[in-house]
Write a protein that binds this ligand. Structure first.
Ligand SMILES: Nc1nc2c(ncn2[C@@H]2O[C@H](COP(=O)(O)OP(=O)(O)OP(=O)(O)O)[C@@H](O)[C@H]2O)c(=O)[nH]1
Ligand SMILES: [Mg+2]
Length: 222
């Protein structure tokens, strides 16, 4: 007979331990960590630019740009006024808690109020790996279709906030916001849903207000 080692369970347990360290560190520093997830091209970088525009005057913002191998998004976000670090995953389809912890060390959390991790673009792997974030913010863009909660349920189950992005394109797609909301809420009753357009800026005020509230709460705790 031979032993069977459940390696995935071990990997996830190690990951959870690293995530717990990051949570503690964020509490100590009084900064908020947001895990931004979504498909390739859903608009993660564009959404970041809108949020930086609304929060930059009052808060110091850090961004960790995770990419398989490029620095296009990091350049764009740095130009918008955030402190940025580029993280290369060399082919990996997600960021894990240890990679995030090292990214935070390299970025330098001192003086920052809110730090976004733009995760690798897909709706599968990033959902499996907790990074120690205070808020999991996912995007579903209109051209992707309103059936995605049915196809990628874990991502919708673990997210705190769901942005339906690219609502300016609603006239040319058959995306049903009511149905998509219903499908997401069936998986996760407490998920907060906001329709937005990162192209026009529509819908971002309430999202920024939610982040302001969370940043202020974290400051009081620290
Ligand atoms: N019409 C429209 N286009 C958008 C919107 N948001 C983003 N885009 C466009 O969609 C494309 C992808 O946007 P990005 O912000 O680069 O998307 P991303 O999720 O960061 O992409 P990756 O980092 O490559 O995974 C760009 O051409 C954007 O201009 C939107 O609300 N409406
Ligand atoms: Mg991007």
């Amino acid at each position: 007979m031979f032993d069977i080692l459940e390696t995935k369970e071990r990997v996830l347990a190690d990951n959870e331990a690293a995530a717990a360290l990051t949570r503690k560190k964020m509490e100590q520093f009084g900064a908020l960590l947001v895990n931004l997830m979504g498909s390739p091209g859903a608009g993660k970088t564009s959404v970041l630019l809108q949020l930086i525009r609304l929060l930059n005057a009052d808060y110091r913002i850090g961004v960790m740009e995770a990419d398989v191998d490029s620095d296009v998004d990091a350049k764009t976000v740095e130009a918008a006024g955030a402190r940025v670090i580029q993280l290369h995953t060399a082919g990996l389809c997600h960021m894990d808690a240890d990679m995030t912890r090292r990214g935070l060390d390299a970025l330098g959390t001192d003086g920052l109020d809110i730090i976004f991790l733009e995760n690798i673009g897909n709706l599968v792997c990033p959902a499996e790996f907790e990074i120690g974030a205070d808020l999991r913010l996912m995007l579903l863009s209109v051209p992707e279709g309103d059936d995605k909660p049915l196809k990628y349920p874990l991502m919708f189950s673990i997210s705190d906030v769901l942005l339906f992005n690219k609502i300016d394109t609603l006239p040319v797609f058959d995306f049903d916001i009511g149905l998509a909301t219903q499908r997401a809420k069936a998986l996760n009753e407490s998920i907060a849903v906001f329709p937005v357009s990162a192209k026009t800026g529509e819908g971002f005020e309430p999202v920024a207000a939610l982040l302001r509230e969370k940043i202020e709460q974290r400051r009081i705790q620290a």
